[in-house]
Design a protein around this ligand. Sequence first.
Ligand code: F3S
Ligand code: FES
Length: 255
Amino acid sequence: MSETQKTAAPGGQTRHRMLTFHILRYNPQDPDSKPHMQSYQLEEAEGMTLFLALSEIREHQDPTLQYDFVCRAGICGSCSMLINGRPGLACRTLTKDLGTEITLAPLPVFELIGDLSVNTGKWMRGMSERLETWVHTKEQELNLDKAEERMDPDLAESIYELDRCVECGSCVAACGTAQMRNDFVGAVGMNKVARFKLDPRDTRTDDDFYELVGDDSGVFGCMSLLGCHDVCPKELPLQTQIAFLRRKMISVGLK
Ligand code: F3S
Ligand code: FES
């Protein structure tokens, strides 16, 4: 880790570090495109994030560079990429926390759109449809005039904690199982199942959840590599949720 280094230039102006970005370039839509690294140099600015750096590069050096951003505040999850080989959110990563040589690459596992842009949305939609990540209620309970039952505040807090997932895909990209099995639901999927299992409004039983994740594409495919837990930018308790779900699913399987 290194702090932003400033030196006084003649005339009293502040000179910042010169950063070199090595970015993996590839456009799968272009038959002539070959994966290669391309380097860009940029003077660091105060409070510079990777989002700001990439915007500078695209605006002043290379308008063809592809990457994704929406919220710039760590909420939409679209800017996740490999930063010096580790998945992370580019909009929440300060250049001052990195060295002067910075390598950026797209997340593995997900379909590549181009350069640093990947289609996490397609993967997340598939996972959500498969795990049915919505509250399942009985039909007769769908009375909109009826006030929702009060939930215990501690339980609501626990559910809210798991709902902080922004589906950035960092946990999937950091997972060895997800790289080997394309049907693996990843820590993001298991976190969602744990979340709906906690929710008293959801009428699904343990057997129903076992149907969803009680096999090698779910909890039994997880090898406890814990890369997911290490890289989650929201610091979700993924290790605890996976262990909780595994214990539950083992007890259902042994019934
Ligand atoms: Fe993958 Fe996390 Fe399990 S990295 S193998 S989902 S503990
Ligand atoms: Fe939304 Fe980074 S741009 S999380």
